[in-house]
Design a protein around this ligand. Structure first.
Ligand SMILES: C[S@@+](CC[C@H](N)C(=O)[O-])C[C@H]1O[C@@H](n2cnc3c(N)ncnc32)[C@H](O)[C@@H]1O
Length: 185
């Protein structure tokens, strides 16, 4: 059974015709990782969408009040709708380009990279924003999702960067849209 907040966010996405929300398996992992964030920690989501990922983060945090959550969305309308629907405690949605904002937002203990910016481009900025011991979750990494050769090449480049990075310990999870989990040593 899905958490009520996730169901509500999914309904809002459907009503808005937004078809890029996180799949339940990705969401459950995101919730689990959120629950494990260190006391007083910080979580960053790149790409708010219709708020499904945030609902999973809120589910993972439960009654915790010690974690700061930041989500970045380029589309003003999406950001406004998610904010109006009510955010998890301690959460703020920033409107703007994730790759640009990454330089200003500080470091995070959990990053969910779910926008092209900060993943397809500017991945180095996302890695730089990862605190020591921090965890990065990247989705949509299954190359079979892509028909264009250049997109497959980009995804392969992301995979190589994460798996070959000296400071990261990385696991590929061939589930859902294709997940990569990386922790900074
Ligand atoms: C896959 S959806 C996010 C889904 C959401 N994280 C979830 O878990 O349901 C990707 C989002 O990234 C946003 N986006 C695209 N380019 C962006 C950018 N440069 N900066 C910030 N957000 C961007 C899109 O508008 C879209 O809402």
């Amino acid at each position: 059974m899905l958490p009520a907040a996730v169901v509500a966010a999914g309904r809002r996405a459907e009503a808005a015709g937004f078809g890029y929300s996180s799949e339940p398996l990705t969401g459950r992992l995101l919730a689990t990782l959120s629950a494990a964030v260190r006391p007083g920690g910080r979580i960053l989501e790149l790409g708010t969408g219709a708020g499904v990922g945030l609902a999973w983060i809120g589910h993972g945090l439960g009654a915790r009040r010690d974690v700061q959550v930041v989500s970045v969305e380029q589309d003003e309308g999406l950001a406004a709708a998610v904010t109006a629907a009510g955010l998890p405690y301690g959460c703020k949605v920033f409107v703007g380009d994730a790759a640009t904002l990454l330089a200003e937002l500080g470091r995070f203990d959990l990053i969910f990279a779910d926008a092209p910016a900060g993943k397809w481009t500017g991945l180095d900025r996302t890695i730089a924003a990862l605190a020591e011991g921090g965890v990065l979750l990247v989705d949509d990494m299954d190359p079979r999702r892509y028909t264009e050769a250049e997109h497959v090449a980009v995804v392969d480049g992301i995979r190589r960067t994460l798996t070959g990075h000296d400071a990261l310990v990385t696991t590929e999870l061939p589930v859902g849209s294709g997940l990569i989990l990386a922790a900074r040593r």
